[in-house]
Design a protein around this ligand. Structure first.
Ligand code: SAH
Ligand code: F3S
Length: 467
């Protein structure tokens, strides 16, 4: 959901008693030090989950996760290239690493979307890099690591034509309550602004039986919340003979004993069908939350973006969600300043905010990307106009959220306590509708589902008290 830059780091795992000589993990049972690794992640939930898959692959080979660059033999940088700013960070980051570890060089790998996009050019610009691997090639990581272990210092995995999906048994999940699970990889949509189809490859769906087996295993391991992921999660098509629809799959996951919450992201309006809303209405474990990126409120801009729907068709989907028995929260992604966007087009996006009353909006200035259909068209909206539109949009949305959140004061929610802030003595929890609620509590409550009444509200979160 929303590609706001988030940064996570790998955390230390149970130490493995395995040997390392350079980057050569040795057989179990040896008493030498294990090869250590550190992964830094930028980008969306898919990237966060990819890092968990990579970490799992490394741990299975005898590597050990550590908490800092300094302790690591192998540093992996999982990158995002959705906007130029995100992509540009990679080379400055690599330069910083080079300086910091001049006297103690590390093995460095670049993963993810920038790896896929820049490919071999990364070795030219940053010769200290040894591994370049795009997300569609993570199934090849064991082979690539083996090459590095044998001393090869220029190793690449950039296949996009793979139809394999990553075997999730090796995944090492960072969040103790929420398990991410990719059900469909890649994207075939080719929105005019988006680099994802070029960095993550064609759409491939996992069969329903494998997904359901994995969800049962995760529930058995104590993950109460499962978040199904896909660039277009609702474009998932069951390749197995069961031929479940996406809405049926949601229902089946929600019925698994031990599963308390199911979320799914990101939905594309074109594939958003009424049976998804019916599934949410009839399965309490399906969260009251839909992320439905609109990108623009102007049908003319939507057509140039190649989104495949008009403003009116999008608003029909919103009506369908609003007619549900449950109060489903709706969030979206918006791009301002796409090529040729007029002030009138932008006003239509502003009026869409008023019409929909979103609970959350992730908004971005248009950034031209290589290989995309719009990348070769003039980026015609000046930077200062983009900045002014973004600020106006964010302010309008802030006012809307103050109103919608205020209206929730006095209501009672089931909240999953996700973390504790010792300085404030507060628990940070999340409602089924994905709202953050802060309330007085204890560290021992983290992981529990609690009943909380909202006592006040700001634009981005609620304050509450336990009942
Ligand atoms: N389906 C994906 C979308 C990935 S991109 C998902 O999981 O969310 C996330 C958001 O980044 C998009 O919805 C869009 O609003 C924004 N975005 C994508 N390409 C962009 C670009 N070139 N410039 C600005 N924003 C962009
Ligand atoms: Fe990108 Fe459009 Fe696919 S935003 S991820 S090409 S649905």
């Amino acid at each position: 959901m929303g590609n706001d830059l988030i940064q996570i780091t790998s955390t230390a795992d149970t130490p493995q008693e395995q040997v390392g000589a350079g980057l050569r993990p040795a057989p179990t049972g040896s008493c030498e030090k294990a090869v250590t690794f550190f992964i830094e992640t930028f980008g969306c939930a898919m990237n966060v989950h990819d890092s968990e898959k990579v970490a799992g692959t490394l741990v299975a080979r005898g590597y050990r996760a550590v908490d800092s660059h300094a302790e690591a033999d192998l540093i992996l940088y999982n990158t995002c290239s959705i906007r130029e700013k995100a992509a540009g960070k990679v080379f400055s980051y690599l330069g910083t690493l080079k300086k910091a570890f001049r006297n103690n060089p590390k093995i460095i790998g670049v993963l993810g979307c920038v790896a896929q996009q820049e490919g071999e050019a990364i070795f030219e610009r940053a010769p200290q890099v040894s591994l370049v691997c795009g997300s569609a090639s993570y199934t090849r990581l064991p082979d690539l690591l083996e090459e590095i272990e044998h001393g090869n210092r220029r190793v690449m995995g950039l296949d996009l034509d793979t139809d394999e999906c990553f075997e999730t048994e090796l995944t090492r999940r960072d969040n103790p309550f929420r398990a991410y699970l990719t059900i469909v990889e890649g994207c075939d949509q080719r929105c005019a602004f988006c680099v994802v189809p070029y960095t993550r490859g064609p759409e491939r769906s996992r069969p329903s039986d494998k997904i359901l087996d994995e969800c049962r295993r995760l529930a058995g391991e104590g993950y109460g919340e499962i978040q199904l992921l896909g660039q277009i999660v609702n474009a998932w098509k069951d390749p197995s003979s069961a031929r479940l629809t996406f809405a049926e799959l949601l229902g089946r996951v929600a019925e698994i004993p031990g599963v308390r919450r199911v979320r799914f992201t990101t939905s594309h309006p074109r594939y958003f069908t009424p049976d998804i809303v019916e599934a949410i209405d009839s399965h309490p474990a399906l969260c009251e939350q839909v992320h439905l990126p609109v990108q623009s409120g102007s049908s003319a801009v939507l057509a140039r973006m190649l989104r495949g729907y008009t403003r009116e068709q999008y608003l029909e989907k919103i009506d369908c969600i609003r007619r549900a028995r449950r109060a489903i929260s709706i969030s979206t992604d918006i791009i301002v300043g796409f090529c040729g966007e007029t002030q009138e087009d932008f006003e239509q996006t502003m009026s869409l905010l008023d019409a929909v009353q979103y609970d959350q909006v992730f908004s971005f200035k248009y950034s031209p990307r290589p290989n995309t259909a719009a990348g070769s068209i003039e980026d015609s909206v000046p930077e200062e106009v983009k900045a002014a539109r973004l600020a106006a949009l964010q302010e309008r949305q802030r006012q809307i959220q103050i109103g919608t959140n205020q209206a929730l004061v006095g209501q009672v929610f089931e909240v999953l306590a996700e973390s504790f802030q010792p300085r404030l003595g507060q628990v940070v929890g999340r409602t089924s509708s994905n709202r953050i609620v802060n309330f007085p509590g204890t560290p021992g409550e983290v992981g529990q589902y609690l009943t909380v009444r909202a006592t006040s509200a700001g634009p981005n979160s609620l304050v509450g008290e336990k009942l």
